[in-house]
Design a protein around this ligand. Sequence first.
Ligand SMILES: Nc1ncnc2c1ncn2[C@@H]1O[C@H](COP(=O)(O)OP(=O)(O)OP(=O)(O)O)[C@@H](O)[C@H]1O
Length: 216
Amino acid sequence: MPGLEFDGLTASFNGERVVGPLSLSVGEGEHVALVGRSGAGKSTLIKLMYEQVEHEASLIPQDLGLVNALPVFHNVFMGQLQKHSVWYNTWTLLKPFRKDREAVASLLEELGMPEKQWIPAASLSGGQRQRVAIARAFYRGSPLLLADEPISALDGLLGHHVMEWLTSHFTTSVVALHDVEMALKYCSRIVGIQNGQIALDAPASELAPADIMTLY
Ligand SMILES: Nc1ncnc2c1ncn2[C@@H]1O[C@H](COP(=O)(O)OP(=O)(O)OP(=O)(O)O)[C@@H](O)[C@H]1O
């Protein structure tokens, strides 16, 4: 996958500009953290980027987008809906194939919740729901990840494990994060958003937490 070029991104609500116009290039292999105070425009920016790369990216939206009535397995399988025929997907709803069951089981094992595969998403905790959305994004098999606060409901150790896992399994990522230390530790580049504009753009290796805190 070549690098990504986003040009002239803008969003307005009720006549008020909340993002842009803004341009961002993301090189293949970069892991970009979007940081900035609440309301700065990070989620809106992730959505604008996803609109442009929908066919080649995996998304973890802030609202997760799970189907509560369906078991965890089917929520994760949804990451591959577009890869299969209607026949395959309908059959999977009733009687999943062994290769998919095993692949999803191994992902859930990796994310520390192997026993939840057949539990409806409605019965999960916030952190478990977040991990299902993470597994679904991974199951899609795309090298590019766009994620909006993917570890906000995970406790410290698990949050570290998931960030390490995401940044080593996706070739390229753009992740909105409110945890500045996580951003510095796992991402290669920090993009700070302030009032819908880029206010900081630097390699993570050149920044300290205090440099980022000026955005808050
Ligand atoms: N659907 C919407 N309708 C109206 N205003 C919106 C809508 N979505 C976002 N906004 C506004 O756009 C601005 C940017 O919001 P956005 O959710 O992108 O910020 P954020 O940086 O992701 O915040 P947070 O860290 O709290 O998630 C905010 O002022 C917000 O109120």
